[in-house]
Design a protein around this ligand. Structure first.
Ligand SMILES: [Zn+2]
Length: 494
């Protein structure tokens, strides 16, 4: 249990069964109207009235969660706490509405001058055993996991500082933070075990990870460690949560998180946590999170078919809030319609590439000359509008498609001769070919990365649902650092 938690009303924590971020979002207060352009579609939304109904349904859903939570609470909860918890849940959830601007996350990268140092804090120790089950003490499990983690962190080429090396040592919370600071740790990872004190103890198990949201990078660190540990152990994914009540992660002054790797109150989970095999998995999961924290994979977000007025603006707002640069393969005709949006893309530091002038497969791929003529037109209007001499491009439909079989080889040869570089993609939201809702788009995006180290993600900034899924997509991919394409990036080509 979290020794550092200031116990309020006698509770040790909020025992809320984790709810997937999407569970409550099955209601979308809009309908779609499609304007066709080739095979790709633009979603336009009518809110009127529907949002009121959606809000009413959301309220009902949360009222139900409230009742369930109250019934299965830890026996010490009161109504005040419950409503606060639900308020917290509501504000965390991204419901339809204006884009919520999250805190900027910092990606700390390993470099050659400085080897990142990880402070590993095994919770409790000395007279403070933490949670107990029979002769199994939380402080000992925490230490065993910490020792394993130290080895794994060192094997990654990182430095590890263990805040206590034996079970007899007791450290105050202030001493822990001070030790980490003196050691010049770059991140702080606290390891704890949970306990549930109610009659039905065996019904509760799984992993919870806590962070303090005001320290930049903490959320990402917590996400990665949580994700890694859930993946490696197969344990129940309870929740990832922001709190200001845990001293060590609040005061650490560096990105920090506290993971409760399981419940000693649950018989099965307690036995697992005490076994070397399971401990190995837990430590491997935490180590994987730490590895991705310092050595993220790379993703190039690419947006085709724009600019459009509202949807491109929404995409740009989200990218700006996250300090992410992406790549936009523009359609010349749309640049002519929304020149200010093309200019905004450039002003905000994104890479601009050419998709085509007119998104009409038959016309573009009628012949090599037809393609080159369309491309030149797009080049000219982008240069005229933004001042950018574009070097990167993406074929409508990708470099090899059903429309260009007879001409693509020669087009590629001619374009390459002229110094242009084309990018296909190796992951996709499938947002232009389906009517999928935002949660399905996120799923498509995440699954199609297949864990690759370098991903070029195909998205469409003219699709409304893409703007609605982008926050969740970014939140689902903490192991990736987002970069804009440049001529120096080795292209992904079919
Ligand atoms: Zn396209």
């Amino acid at each position: 249990m979290r020794g550092q938690k200031a116990t309020r009303n006698g509770t040790d924590g909020i025992k809320l069964v984790r709810i997937s971020p999407y569970d409550s979002r099955t209601v979308h207060g809009f309908e779609k109207r499609n304007s066709k352009s080739g095979k790709e579609r633009t979603g336009k939304i009518r809110y009127k009235g529907m949002i009121v109904a959606a809000a009413a349904i959301m309220t009902l859903i949360f009222a139900c969660f409230g009742a369930v939570y109250f019934l299965m609470g830890d026996g010490t909860g009161n109504r005040q706490e419950i409503s606060e918890t639900l308020k917290g849940k509501l504000s965390e959830r991204k419901v339809q509405g204006p884009v919520e601007v999250p805190k900027e996350e910092v990606v700390v990268l390993a470099d050659e001058q400085h080897t990142p140092r990880v402070a590993i804090d095994p919770g409790h120790g000395g007279w403070d055993g933490g949670s107990v089950r029979g002769d199994i003490l939380e402080k000992s499990i925490n230490l065993q996991l910490a020792l394993l983690l130290k080895e794994k962190v060192q094997a990654l080429g990182l430095e590890a500082v263990l805040l206590r090396e034996d079970d007899d040592t007791h450290l105050s919370l202030e001493e822990r933070v001070q030790l980490a600071q003196e050691a010049k740790a770059d991140i702080y990872v606290s390891i704890h075990q949970n306990a549930y004190d109610s009659k039905d103890v065996d019904s509760v198990s799984g992993i919870e990870t806590w962070y303090y949201g005001d320290i930049q990078g903490s959320r990402r660190l917590a996400q990665l460690i949580h994700k890694g540990t859930v993946e490696k152990t197969g344990a129940r994914d309870r929740e990832l949560r922001n709190t200001d009540e845990l001293y060590v992660i609040r005061e650490a002054a560096v990105p920090a998180c506290l993971i409760e790797t399981g419940f000693l109150s649950n018989e099965e989970e307690c036995m697992a946590l005490a076994s070397p095999e399971y401990q190995e998995k837990v430590a491997a999961g935490i180590a994987q999170g730490i590895d991705y924290y310092f050595n993220p994979k790379t993703m190039y977000l690419t947006f085709d078919d724009g600019p459009s007025e509202e949807n491109t603006a929404a995409v740009l707002d989200i990218l700006k809030a996250h300090d992410i640069k992406a790549t936009f393969f523009l359609v010349g005709e749309n640049v002519a319609k929304h020149p200010e949006m093309a200019q905004r893309i450039v002003e905000e530091g994104h890479t601009v590439g050419i998709h085509c002038y007119r998104h009409d497969y038959k016309q573009i791929y009628a012949s090599v000359d037809a393609y080159l003529e369309d491309f030149q037109k797009a080049y000219d209007i982008i240069l005229e509008t933004t001042g950018v001499e574009v070097q990167l491009f993406r074929f409508p439909g990708g470099s090899i498609n059903n429309h260009n079989k007879d001409v693509y080889e020669e087009i590629i040869a001619r374009m390459t001769e002229n110094g242009y570089i084309y990018f296909d993609w190796n992951a996709s939201l499938e947002d232009a070919v389906s009517h999928s809702d935002p949660e399905q788009l996120v799923k498509n995006g995440v699954e199609s990365t297949r864990g690759r180290k370098k991903v070029v993600m195909l998205c469409h900034d003219i699709v409304y649902n893409t703007t609605q899924c982008l926050e969740d997509l970014l939140d689902s991919l903490p192991e990736y650092k987002m970069e804009p394409l440049t001529p120096d990036v080795k292209p992904i080509q079919f």
